[in-house]
Design a protein around this ligand. Structure first.
Ligand code: ZN
Length: 154
């Protein structure tokens, strides 16, 4: 049952200052790998010097760049998760970015160069979220054949 895929007792919480000049998805992936995090919720605020936002074309089954931002922007909101893809931690993040006039860019965060950023991460240590190709959507979604890998704590 897919509703039970992510049930877990809470694990480690992490607050981290991310590195100026680093690519944000890559740095969060590195943190997950270093801490051996397999499932987590993430949130971040801060600012980027550039970014790319993607949009998933549901007919073509592919991501397209909806915005390439080559100017300083605030991370008004960033939320997402970490799960496992091909045996490694995979960060899936969506963001709302705002420029100096308040104009926003929102969607699937493909990449972003960090000016400054603060990350919150909530681990779900007993969840087993493994991404597998989904023929209906063309996405790599959490495999509902695996089920919860640990204790169900409500
Ligand atoms: Zn996405």
């Amino acid at each position: 049952m897919s509703l039970q895929l992510g049930i877990s007792s809470p694990g480690r919480c992490l607050l981290a200052r991310l590195d100026h000049g680093s690519e944000i998805i890559g740095q969060i992936t590195d943190i997950a790998r270093d801490l051996e995090i397999k499932a987590a919720f993430i949130s971040a605020v801060g600012a980027l010097t550039s970014a790319e936002i993607g949009f998933y074309d549901q007919s073509a089954h592919e991501y397209k760049a909806s915005a390439v931002v080559d100017e300083p922007v605030e991370i008004a909101s960033l939320s997402g998760n970490i799960s496992i893809l091909e045996g490694r931690p995979f960060v899936h993040a969506h963001a709302v970015l705002s420029d100096s006039s308040g104009r926003t860019f929102a969607g699937h965060l493909v990449r972003g160069t960090i000016f400054a950023s603060e990350l919150f991460l909530q681990e779900m240590p007993h969840s087993e979220l493994v991404r597998m190709p989904d023929p209906v959507t063309g996405l790599r979604l959490w495999d509902d054949q695996i089920g919860s890998g640990g204790e169900a704590v409500l």
